[in-house]
Design a protein around this ligand. Structure first.
Ligand code: ADP
Ligand code: MG
Ligand code: ZN
Length: 625
């Protein structure tokens, strides 16, 4: 918007014209100042007054120059305020006589020979000073406009400013949930006035969290593009390389610039580089800490009603300093996860837009072949395929090119990014459906919200998410047992279906054991120990682990009791799944197809299955009748 106008004004072509304007302006200012200063220092009097002053013995010295007489009075009274008086030198042959008789000293002007110096002091020096100030001002301006606009400020910050990112939400595919939560920010940037008028407190910042290459940077730019506001970005790692004190200064600079350009977006990429937790690291990195503190201070200090929104991205949210996540800072989190099947297909569609393709191309099958791939991988695959087509002297990309590219990109990544093989995918699918199905079949459990086998960087290969219907502060024993059954449902499904088990249950096992143990030691839920407290949570804040306060023998009985609970729950989960193995298979197949099932879809499948069963059995009854 007005940013663009400024860009134009200071574009390279007009640079010299503006310099000349400034030079003329400076010359005029200096002239006026010189005149004014002279006026302050000296005052003109009439020759007759001069003669009178001599006669009254008021003159101490007279300096005679070519065209004027400079008179230094004896008494510095109020009238002349210590000013030097001067008068014209007129033809007065008696002047010397008059001066002699009044005993006035006289001579030439002592500094008259230093006209060059005077010129220097009065003209050149101010000019240099003004030029220097101008340079400073323009340097700042230059930084504000981003690099490359007017590059005579040295060492401009590594802050990238774009007046228009040219990226829109439609360029970001497969991140519908993330986009949904960012729409609000776009709207806010668009009509910040409306929010201010109604008195709403505006969001200050959002943290984009997700594995590398999923489109976090892209999304941030898209928010700026959608809202049509300037985009300032800086990378967290750029701060770390800097000299001491520079990081904090740059943060200050960034926010200052942003506020002048509001509404706008400030994007801090890789914020974990500066935002790492401050405590628990003894060596300490002063520079980073200073930078982080400055960032926190700026975030608290600035006025969000102006329409500055801060976005930050990280793929390691767990290392971030808690202070960053407090309300009023990055209080919103937007998860930018690996795309599922449909998402991958959409991303492929986005990237194939500019590429000529033959009619045989089937992006759906490419999406199917790339579970776990992120947006950056898919963009790479399209590009690789196009390169291959050129290499083979074709004018269109065909399916073979794409398939080959999948091999190159995926094999090139050596599975280190957890791209699942079909067998693994199946195992993971049954495991997750195991959790979900046990949850659905038991009474005291939370409803299933989402099942997915899209691998996560932050944790397991898939997950089942349950959301309680209402906030809960108390759990009954029955609920705790059912929850443990759900946790063990994943492994149980693997057993029931494949008769082989995998390492995928490690986290489930840990959580289930912990829960069972607490039932024994803290919640008094076993007959064996009745209401005896065996662990205390006193030192929870020291190392987070409850302390056992019992004898060694009791400790081993605790283990036994814990194992008993686990055994019981495991058996129950396995039995449930065995009884419902048809349902397990149906749902797992659907999950493998779609990669993500939402809760209502999942319940729909179960309901449909049960109705079918009912029909069948009533038909069966009819026949047997
Ligand atoms: P991140 O910042 O999460 O590491 P980037 O935003 O830098 O990932 O993504 C790198 C590139 O991958 C993008 O420039 C874009 O070409 C492609 N890409 C990633 N995610 C998507 C997506 N969801 N839709 C379209 N393209 C994507
Ligand atoms: Mg990025
Ligand atoms: Zn599991």
């Amino acid at each position: 918007m007005n940013n663009k106008k400024l860009n134009k004004k200071f574009s390279h072509n007009n640079k010299w014209r503006y310099l000349i304007y400034y030079a003329i302006l400076a010359a005029m200012i200096i002239f006026i100042i010189n005149e004014y200063m002279n006026g302050l220092k000296s005052q003109h009097i009439k020759y007759s007054d001069f003669v009178k002053a001599i006669n009254q013995n008021k003159v101490s010295e007279v300096q005679i120059s070519k065209d004027k007489l400079i008179i230094i009075p004896k008494v510095k009274n109020d009238a002349n305020k210590g000013k030097v008086l001067y008068t014209e030198r007129i033809d007065d042959p008696d002047l010397v006589k008059k001066l002699d008789s009044a005993k006035v000293k006289y001579g030439g002007i002592p500094q008259e020979n230093s006209a060059i110096k005077g010129f220097f002091v009065n003209w050149v020096l101010p000019f240099i000073i003004i030029a220097f100030l101008l340079q400073l001002f323009l340097g700042k301006l230059n930084k504000k406009m981003g690099s490359g606009v007017m590059s005579f400020g040295k060492n401009t910050a590594k802050i990238y400013a774009e007046s228009e990112t040219g990226v829109n939400f439609k360029d970001v595919a497969g991140q519908e949930e993330a986009k949904e939560s960012l729409v609000e920010i776009v709207d806010f940037l668009h009509n910040s006035q409306r929010y201010v008028e109604i008195g709403a407190r505006l969001p200050k910042g959002a943290l984009l969290v997700g594995p590398p290459g999923t489109g976090k940077t892209l999304l941030a730019k898209a928010v700026a593009g959608e809202a049509k506001v300037p985009f300032f970005s800086i990378s967290g790692s750029a701060f770390v390389e800097m000299f001491v004190g520079m990081g904090a200064a740059r943060v200050r600079d960034l926010f200052q610039q942003a506020q002048e350009k509001a509404p706008c977006i400030v994007f801090i990429d890789e914020i974990d580089a500066i935002g790492k937790s401050r405590d628990g690291n003894v060596s300490g990195n002063d520079e980073r800490e200073q930078t982080l503190n400055q960032l926190l201070a700026e975030m608290d200090g600035f006025d969000s009603s102006k329409g500055v929104v801060i976005l930050a991205a990280t793929n390691r949210p767990e290392v971030l300093d808690k202070a960053l996540l407090r309300p009023g800072r990055f209080d919103r989190r937007v998860i930018v996860d690996r795309p599922d099947l449909k998402g991958r297909e959409d991303i492929l569609k986005v990237h194939i837009r500019g590429v000529k393709v033959s009619p045989d191309v089937d992006l759906n099958s490419i999406a199917k072949a790339t579970p776990g791939a992120v947006g950056a991988d898919l963009a790479n695959i399209i590009n690789e395929a196009a390169l291959r087509a050129v290499k083979n002297h074709r004018f269109q990309v065909n399916q073979g090119d794409l398939e080959e590219a999948v091999e190159v990109i995926i094999a090139g990544k050596e599975k280190k990014d957890r791209i699942l093989s079909p067998e693994e995918k199946q195992q993971v699918a049954f495991h997750e459906v195991g959790h979900a199905l046990v949850a659905a079949l038991l009474k005291h459990t939370d409803p299933v919200h989402k099942i997915t086998i899209v691998p996560r960087t932050m944790g397991s290969l898939g997950y089942t998410m349950q959301l309680p219907e209402e906030e809960k502060y108390l759990n009954t024993k029955a609920e705790m047992l059912d929850q443990i059954c759900v946790m063990l449902g994943g492994r149980s499904a693997e057993e029931v279906k494949f008769n082989s088990i995998s390492t995928g249950a490690a986290n489930d096992i840990e959580r289930a054991t912990q829960a069972a143990r607490r039932m024994v030691t803290i919640y008094g839920m076993t007959d064996r120990f009745d209401m005896m407290g065996l662990e205390s949570m006193q030192n929870r804040y020291l190392d987070g682990r409850p302390a056992q306060n019992c004898s060694a023998e009791t400790a081993s009985i605790i283990d036994e009791e814990t194992l008993k609970i686990i055994r019981m729950c495991h058996k129950k989960a396995r039995a449930l799944l065995k009884d419902n193995i048809e349902l397990l298979i149906i749902i797992s197949k659907r999950l493998i197809e779609k990669e993500t099932l939402m809760g209502d879809e999942f319940m729909g499948i179960i309901k449909e299955y049960k109705e079918k069963k009912k029909e069948e059995s009533s038909k069966g009854n009819l026949i047997s009748d």
